[in-house]
Design a protein around this ligand. Structure first.
Ligand code: NAD
Length: 442
């Protein structure tokens, strides 16, 4: 179901009328296309206080290929602003954050990207912890007020391992992250695996995507293939025709298989004799009803497809060594798993379960198997699943976020592709919302 409101506000009379009525003004988001692969303008590199990472960071930003300046007002309107706040360790030091951004915020280009760099709040120094946690409130508020399709994130890095942030900075400072805003990403500092071609970073990798016949899964398969991966698309046998079409379009392999089948992991392993480098658990279902009206036969399949089969296949594929070292597992949560949702006790439980799985398994999977485990948590994404939502709730879902519009499957796919990169070794145990900074949840 197309977003007609977005279409109307994209026309001059529509914009005039909706502005007069005080209605939301969604900006047209700048997403990746073959013609617009990077931001359209310079990066402004600012520093709050006396940072120890200025030179390394400058080198990373220069490697993006965008022109970089460290002085406001010297260049065209910045398309991206990186504020290094890693040195902010006191409440008074927060004044440096204000002093750096206040003069330039108005001049940032529409559809811009703002990334504030911080460090993990300390367990031993409550002044440092207060200052670094303060950045979270700052970033989330700026994301809500800035408008014009600009996104704002907090990226916590390890000062001794700035290079581990390259894939994340490239993602957050690009059109690929158009619908990701108000997020806090914390990197481990683990060294990145080498990337020979940033335009096709998944070359030579084999990926399996569940629920890939349509919707978000088909888009994930498509973006992973675009980035060079050889993809196996899995979906239920009842969707075999749609699955075959999707796989053929991408030069991928179709695997008609119900992920809840007892031998699913074995059959996946048999389809990938050289192992998997990327495993994307995307298949998911809803069976909505309030708990008082929800029989067990609406509860059980949601837990089974969305959570239990993910746990089972992950365990089996890790233990059997089917997921190769350097591998990437990406699961699919939901903002319903963070905020809860009326009529979705089963679904929200399954998606919150995914968050628990990721947080617990990530450090062990890295230590034992050299594999990262992360999750995307989509907000309102325009798919068949959300087209089935009643009109009023659908409209609320679309508008109740900082970008005043629903996301597209490709937004979730781009985030998945960033997790999947060889250079994203330091991205582990993260739950990244792809929700345009939805008002629901944290
Ligand atoms: P969709 O219904 O359009 O597609 C889901 C796909 O999963 C379908 O092709 C379906 O056949 C497949 N599938 C279902 N059960 C399966 C099974 N047992 N084995 C194999 N494949 C199976 O849904 P979507 O909107 O593309 O959602 C994809 C994922 O994103 C789901 O996990 C969903 O919960 C999550 N999500 C979606 C939204 C949204 O707004 N669309 C929001 C939050 C989370």
């Amino acid at each position: 179901m197309a977003d007609r409101y977005l279409h109307v506000t994209g026309t001059a009379p529509g914009r005039f009328l909706t502005r007069k009525l005080g209605l939301p003004q969604p900006a047209r988001l700048r997403r990746w296309t073959p013609e617009t692969q990077s931001l359209d303008g310079p990066l402004l590199h600012l520093t709050a206080g006396d940072s120890s990472v200025t030179e390394e960071l400058a080198a990373l930003l220069a490697a993006t290929g965008l022109p970089v300046t460290d002085r406001a007002g010297t260049a065209a309107r910045p398309a991206g602003i990186v504020l290094d706040a890693t040195a902010v360790t006191t409440a008074s030091g927060l004044g440096d954050v204000h002093a750096a951004l206040h003069p330039v915020i108005r001049s940032s280009a529409p559809g811009g990207r703002i990334v504030v760099l911080g460090v993990r709040p300390s367990a031993d120094d409550h002044h440092q912890a207060a200052a670094q946690q303060a950045l979270e409130g700052f970033v989330r508020s700026l994301g809500k007020e800035i408008g014009r399709g600009t996104t704002v994130q907090l990226l916590r890095i390890t000062p001794g391992a700035v290079a581990s942030a390259e894939s994340t900075l490239r993602f957050l400072l690009s059109p690929r992250s158009a619908y990701v805003s108000g997020q806090v990403v914390e990197l481990t500092g683990a060294a990145p695996d080498p990337v020979t071609d940033w335009a096709a970073p998944l070359t030579g990798r084999t990926a399996l995507v569940t629920g890939a016949a349509r919707g978000i899964g088909a888009s994930v398969a498509s973006v992973l293939a675009r980035d060079g991966a050889q993809v196996i698309c899995l979906d239920i046998p009842q969707s075999a025709d749609e699955l075959k079409r999707t796989a053929e379009r991408l030069g991928a392999t179709a695997l008609p298989l119900d992920i809840t089948a007892y031998d699913a992991a074995e059959r996946i392993a048999a389809t990938a004799p050289d192992g998997l480098d990327i495993l994307v658990h995307n298949a998911g279902i809803t069976r909505d009803r309030r708990l008082a009206n929800m029989p067990a036969d609406r509860w059980a399949p949601v837990i089974e497809v969305n959570l239990d089969s993910v746990l089972r296949t992950t365990d089996a594929l890790l233990t059997s060594g089917t997921v190769n070292r350097g591998g990437r597992i990406v699961a699919t949560a939901s903002i319903a798993g963070i905020a809860g949702n009326n009529g979705q006790t089963n679904y929200a439980a399954s998606k919150a379960g995914i968050i628990g799985l990721v947080r617990s398994l990530a450090p062990r999977a890295a230590a034992d198997h050299g594999v990262t485990v992360n999750a995307v948590a989509p907000g309102f994404i325009e798919t068949k699943m959300t087209a089935a939502v009643p009109l009023f709730i659908r409209e609320a879902g679309r508008r109740m976020n900082s970008l005043s519009q629903g996301g597209l499957p490709v937004d979730v796919a781009e985030t998945t592709a960033w997790f999947a990169q060889p250079a994203s070794t330091a991205v582990n145990g993260q739950i990244v919302r792809v929700c345009g900074q939805s008002l629901l949840g944290a």
